[in-house]
Design a protein around this ligand. Structure first.
Ligand code: AMP
Length: 282
């Protein structure tokens, strides 16, 4: 695996790849890699000649300094995992390499960034939009792979690709979970171990809501989920919302809908976790 830390070296390398008409699949990450990230790498591997993964902990998207400081950075393990899974190129820039000057750009994604994560993490999606645009401009991949785990992020990147005419096809990959249902996340390692088994309650609440979709009105389902979490005082529910899976607008009835997304954020032992489930309506 080739490792590039500078933009100019990577861009120089890709000029050659493009001359060879190689297709390039790109997986942007913040590292602390797990099987969720690796599933994106495998999807990219299947569909492209060259696979590039980036590891960059983007300071712009952290609205909480503590979260940025304690974000895990197990670089040697990450490199070993990427090599084992046949990644061709790792792009590993420093913050100075990417942000030689502080970006002033302000992005507006309309409704998409004022709800759910956008509402609870001011500035987060502006930071995501800027780093993804920069990485797309540097790497210029044919395809880019994102996880449904961050559904709102995926929709925002899709909007970015449309609004700015990036010639990149986006792929949304399924959520990889632990055996007990907890969605894999780099933050899971930071859940204090006595609380870890409680974390599966987050996914269980999504399944509970799914089971009620055909029998109860949505406001009642949302109330039930609130009540369900009262049984687990160690988990603070931040939001549970049933929304349109494309616009993320709140849905009040499933009538005449093809698909909804159940979206949740909760805090356990000081660690904020998000999850979602997309449900096709029969
Ligand atoms: P991150 O390193 O958290 O920025 O994530 C990098 C990419 O991996 C994003 O597109 C995430 O949506 C995706 N990802 C994170 N966790 C999972 C998971 N459990 N299953 C599938 N994809 C994931």
């Amino acid at each position: 695996m080739l490792v590039f830390k500078s933009v100019s070296a990577l861009v120089g390398h890709f000029k050659n790849e493009k001359l060879k008409s190689h297709s390039v699949g790109f997986v942007p990450t913040m590292g602390a890699l797990h099987s969720g990230h690796i599933s994106l790498l495998h999807a990219a591997r299947e569909e492209n000649d060259v696979v590039i993964v980036s590891i960059f902990v983007n300071p712009l998207q952290f609205n909480n300094q503590n979260d940025l400081e304690f974000y895990p950075r197990p670089l040697n393990d990450d490199i070993a995992l990427l090599e084992k899974n046949k990644c061709d190129i790792l792009f590993l820039p420093s913050a100075e390499e990417i942000f030689s000057c502080k970006p002033l750009l302000k992005l507006d994604f309309g409704n998409l960034d004022t709800v759910l994560e956008g509402k609870h993490r001011p500035g987060h999606f502006n930071g995501v939009g800027i780093i993804v645009s920069k990485l797309f401009n540097i790497v210029q991949p044919d395809k880019a792979y994102f996880g449904q785990k961050d559904l709102q992020q995926f929709l925002i990147v899709q909007q970015l690709v449309n609004d700015l005419s990036f010639q990149i096809k986006l792929e949304r990959c399924p959520i990889i979970r632990e055996n007990d249902g907890l969605a894999l996340s780099s933050r899971n390692l930071r859940i204090p171990s006595p609380l870890r088994e409680k974390a599966s309650v987050i996914y269980k609440s999504l399944c509970l809501a799914e089971g009620l979709l055909n029998s109860k009105p949505i406001p009642e389902i949302e109330k039930e989920i609130d009540i369900f979490f009262k049984n687990y005082p160690e988990i603070q529910l931040e939001y549970f919302k049933i929304v349109d899976s494309d616009s993320l607008k709140e849905v009040y009835s499933i009538q005449d809908r093809k698909e909804v997304a159940l979206c949740i954020a909760a805090v356990l032992g000081g660690i904020r976790l998000i999850d979602n489930k997309i449900i096709a309506i029969n």
